[in-house]
Every structure is written in C-alpha cells, then in structure tokens.
Design a protein around this ligand. Structure first.
Ligand code: PEP
Length: 280
C-alpha cells in the first residue's frame, strides 16, 4: 500500500481501529534524547539537573536520555529516583567475550539503563550495520531486560525513488523475523528519515504520519494488539517549534531528539509538546 493511500485512509478515518473509543491515542508520549558523541562531565551535570527539574513538572509524558557509555555512571548518579530514565546508544549482540571495545547489555543494566538505541542510521551507515545485525542487538538488549529503541529510516535517494516503504519494511521485518512480533510489545520504534537527521530538514507531519501508519499497519498484519500499543517516535531535526504539530499526528508517539537534546531549554520545550492533554 502506498504512503499516499495510507494518508487517505487516515484522513477518511479507516484506521479508526487504532484509536481509542474516544478517538484519541491511549499511548503516552515519550521524548528520548540521543546525545551521540557529545558531552563532558561538567556539561552533563548542568544539563541533567535542568532536565530533571523540567521533566518533574511534566508527569503526563515519559523522558529518556541516551548518553555515551563513559557517562553512564554519572547519569545514573544524577537521575536515580527522578522521573527521567536513561540508556545507551548501542550494544553488542553477545553476552560477553573477546570483543575488544564493545559493551554488553548486562553492563548497561549494571548502570541502571532502561533503554538502548539500536540501528541508528549513523551506526547503519558509518559502521555498516546490517538489519540482521541490528536485530541481533535488539534481541540481546531484550534478553537483559532493556527496552530497545529500534531506529529505521530511508535515505533521500530512497525517498526520491519511492522506496521508503521497501526500506522500512526490510528494517522492521528483520527484527520481527528474528525475535517475533510479540517482542515489539517491549520495544520502541523510532522512524528517522536519514535526510532529516541533523540537517535542519524535518519531515512534514503528514509525511512522518504516513510512514508511522505504515509501520503500525505492518506490525498489525502480525498482531493488532501489539501494533496498537507500539510507541513509534519520530526523529529528524525535531525542535521546540515543530514538535507539537508532529506529536499531534495520531501515530506519532513522541520523538527521538539529537541536537536539541543537548540544550536543556530546547529539550524541555520538546518534552512540553509531549503533554497533549486529552479534552474532558
Ligand atoms: C538523531 O540523531 O537521532 C536525530 C534525530 O538527530 P537530530 O535531532 O539532530 O536531527
């Protein structure tokens, strides 16, 4: 089914089965920060303290920060017993062994991580990670009780050649084929068009919604309940100024935030957009 067809279905209400009886999504919004290879002990401390203070005022949404490995201990110390969860940006597929430079899921658990990003486009492109390798990382994370944030997205070339759905399907199916669709009930998916990451170009709410609906429909082909509960984040140049209109789309359940997660004020503005109070 084409993206345009999905958008048509959405706006004619044909995917109403994914809405609650009041027509509103029952999924909580999640805003996750991806610091990438940024930070320092001093910067992290002021950033995390400000995020903790801001998120304490927003009990309606969930917030996670995914920090570089060396800062997990500091992050655990500053975020324990707060409303902000934390995680890492990658994990190895094996439990332990001779894999110099790699980090196992159990090690992330030792530092209190709840989440871990797998399959970020920078890992897929700079480190040539295949969808199967990403699926193995997903499996390793879940085996240790971590919630994987499974990233997927198309390049500009893929979008321009109308291959978006093919790419997304391949990246999603690799995980479903390895671990089964039920595994997605304890995971988060992040749709991140590669052409929008760190470029200042954002997918329009309609473009993003169409792909999110495609992901949810594809999961629903295996299990409707898992699809309905699945948290699907949008990532790609999300800012305070565009977050609310993205998050208002029915299948967008929050954001995975790169650059803007490094500035407390910017990150908190996005977190606030995750508070969409249902009308009485
Ligand atoms: C990301 O790296 O996951 C990301 C979405 O980056 P940015 O928000 O900077 O585009």
């Amino acid at each position: 089914m084409s993206l345009i067809r999905l958008t048509d279905l959405l706006f004619t209400g044909r995917i109403a089965a994914f809405r609650s009886s009041r027509g509103l999504s029952m999924r909580r919004k999640l805003v996750a920060g991806n610091w990438k290879m940024c930070g320092s002990l001093a910067q992290n401390e002021s950033l995390l303290k400000a995020v903790v203070a801001g998120v304490a005022q927003l009990p309606e949404m969930d917030c996670v920060v995914c920090v570089p490995f060396p800062y997990l201990a500091q992050t655990q110390q500053l975020l324990s017993n707060t409303a902000v969860k934390w995680g890492a940006q990658d994990v190895h597929r094996m439990d332990k062994g001779a894999y110099t430079g790699e980090v196992a899921a159990s090690m992330l658990c030792d530092f209190g991580c709840s989440h871990v990003i797998v399959g970020h486009s920078e890992r897929r492109s700079y480190f040539a990670e295949s969808s199967h390798q990403v699926a193995e990382k997903f499996a390793a994370a879940q085996k240790s009780g971590l919630i994987p944030i499974l990233c997927m997205g198309e390049s500009l070339e893929h979008r321009e050649t109308e291959s978006t759905e093919t790419v997304i399907a391949e990246q999603l199916d690799a995980v479903i084929n390895l671990v089964g669709v039920q595994a997605l009930s304890k995971a988060v998916v992040a749709y991140e068009p590669v052409w929008a990451i760190g470029t200042g170009k954002t997918a329009s709410p309609e473009q993003a919604q169409a792909v999110h609906a495609f992901i949810r429909q594809r999961v629903a082909q295996h299990d409707r309940q898992v699809a309905e509960g699945l948290c699907i984040l949008y990532g790609g140049s999300v800012k305070g100024a565009n977050a609310a209109e993205l998050f208002a789309m029915p299948d967008i359940d929050g954001g995975l935030i790169g650059g803007a997660s490094l500035v407390a004020e910017d990150f908190l503005a996005i977190c606030k957009a995750g508070v969409i109070r249902n009308p009485a």
